[in-house]
Design a protein around this ligand. Structure first.
Ligand code: ZN
Length: 504
């Protein structure tokens, strides 16, 4: 039997530190459930000591997730560790992940501690964390720029103190693959007791080498890879989960290893994360980009038509990308056909969610001849994950190039109906001003984008609106509709409702 590499997903922790990403607790839970069903070994759910919101989100995930280990991150101090334990302790498989920096540059400038002090702190805190939880991971922050003999010393001691996993991150994304290989190998060969624990790699993508370095780490003996969906994470991001997993799977003969990830769920997970985070996937991104399986040149197309393997090393189906021609759904399609398609796309919905999605599908199929898998994706990913205080009842826009644009907006709040009229420099501006007046909430618009979900004149438009949350980040609102004006207004209201739900 092949040995399996543990996949540690940090989309909800490091990934959530992506500039501009702000997920609420329900969205985090949706992602965690999806990661669990995809078969990741460990879900790093957040940093419980960082905020009350993050604490609550981690605790909820810990209560709900049964099959994956649920980890919380904490600095190496008792207060952080207590908070982390409080958040993860109800999990079926809880893990405390504690860290302290070990590089000269971090110890001197950031921690203002000596080597001996850092070592003593690491030992003391791993001992403490192990007294609470039998699964403790210790990370030496900025490990790659640390003195390797000092690391060997610290790692040897924290193993004795109870650590079950040692993480050796390239925090700043500085390493080259062959250097990182040597580094991991040196630590593996010289640390006493390391054969009894997991060795973990956590690589950042500042030089575009996060995946290459992670795989070099695996070759050198790492048994766990930390990664994130769509490569989200601080700055240029983390190693992308889908690339790491598919590299190991596609080149199985070379690695003689495997992961437990259900790869058919990769694409739908990527879509869910990009929809909730508001961070689009670049079209030429490996594995999950829109062009990852598109063949443009005539020579390539000809080759693929004759024999797929001429230019295709991974089948689209193996990551859950369903070929459009295999799906024919229209207004005569029943619930069974719809739910079968959703399942084929690697999307798992509860009965209630399936009913809701089917109603939306029927409404769309009434107006649109063929419902494509992109439409279905948009329907299931535009779930509302919070209370909708305000709802759009109706609107009327007057616009033209030689006139002042006006918008009349009718919004409901419970039983109450509010009508407002506003002007603006364009139709969208007028409509958003109308919503701001009706709700009494004005939020600075940071970004607005619109894209067509599928092809043709009857394609659905998906609008993404980002508003300022007043705390240096943004709140993402989304809506889909055949009418782009309606989608725009609903996306803006969606963002305002989310802002209220987050109590900001
Ligand atoms: Zn990181």
């Amino acid at each position: 039997m092949e040995k399996h590499i543990k996949i540690f997903d940090t989309t909800l922790r490091d990934g959530e530190q992506t500039p501009g990403v702000n997920l609420n607790a329900k969205e985090k839970l949706m992602i965690a459930k999806k990661l669990e069903s995809m078969g990741v070994d460990v879900i790093e759910a957040g940093f419980p000591a960082s905020s009350v919101g993050d604490f609550e989100a981690v605790r909820t995930i810990a209560r709900e997730v049964k099959n994956s280990t649920v980890a919380g991150l904490c600095r190496a101090n008792q207060k952080d560790i207590d908070r982390c334990w409080e958040a993860v302790k109800e999990a079926a498989k809880p893990r405390i992940h504690t860290f302290i920096a070990t590089s000269e540059i971090h110890m001197k400038h950031k921690l203002k501690m000596t080597k001996e002090e850092v070592k003593a702190k690491a030992i003391e805190m791993v001992k403490y964390a192990s007294s609470l939880c039998n699964d403790v991971e210790f990370s030496a922050e900025d490990a790659y720029r640390s003195d390797k003999d000092f690391l060997v010393e610290v790692f040897g001691e924290v193993i004795k103190a109870g650590a079950k996993t040692l993480n050796i991150p390239d925090t700043v994304g500085y390493a080259l693959p062959e250097e990182y290989f040597d580094f991991i190998k040196y630590i593996k060969d010289n640390t006493p007791g390391i054969e009894n624990v997991d060795i973990s790699v956590h690589c950042h993508n500042d030089l575009g080498l996060a995946v290459a370095n992670s795989l070099a780490g695996v070759r050198a003996g790492a048994t766990q890879v930390e990664c994130a969906i769509n490569g989200l994470g601080e700055r240029a991001g983390n190693a992308s989960l889908e690339e790491v997993v598919m590299a190991i799977k596609t080149r199985k003969g070379s690695f003689a290893l495997d992961t437990k990830v259900v790869t058919e769920q990769i694409y739908s997970t990527s879509k869910l994360v990009s929809s909730l985070s508001g961070i689009d996937v670049q079209p030429n991104k490996a594995i999950v980009g829109a062009n990852a399986f598109a063949h443009e040149s005539g020579i390539h197309q000809d080759g693929v038509l004759k024999e797929k393997s001429t230019y295709e090393i991974i089948t689209p189906e193996s990551v859950g990308v369903i070929q459009e021609s295999n799906i024919v759904l229209g207004k005569l399609s029943g619930k069974h056909a719809f739910s079968t398609t959703v399942k084929e796309m690697g999307i798992e919905l509860s009965d209630e969610e399936m009913n809701e999605a089917f109603i939306k599908f029927k409404a769309l199929a009434d107006k649109k001849k063929n419902v494509t898998h992109k439409d279905i994706e948009a329907i299931v990913n535009n779930k509302i994950s919070f209370e909708e205080v305000y709802k759009l009842k109706s609107f009327q826009i007057n616009s033209g190039n030689k006139m002042v644009c006006t918008a009349a907006i009718v919004i409901s709040k419970g039983e109450e109906e509010i009508t407002e009229v506003a002007v603006g420099t364009g139709s969208i501006d007028a409509a958003f001003n109308g919503v701001a007046r009706a709700t009494g909430i004005s939020a600075e618009l940071k970004d607005y984008s619109i894209r067509s979900v599928s092809n043709g004149n009857d394609a659905l438009g998906e609008v993404t609106v980002k508003i300022d949350d007043g705390q240096g980040s943004v709140i993402v609102g989304k809506a889909i509709d055949e009418d782009i004006m309606e989608a725009s207004i609903n996306a803006y209201i969606n963002a305002i409702n989310k802002k209220l739900d987050m109590g900001i």
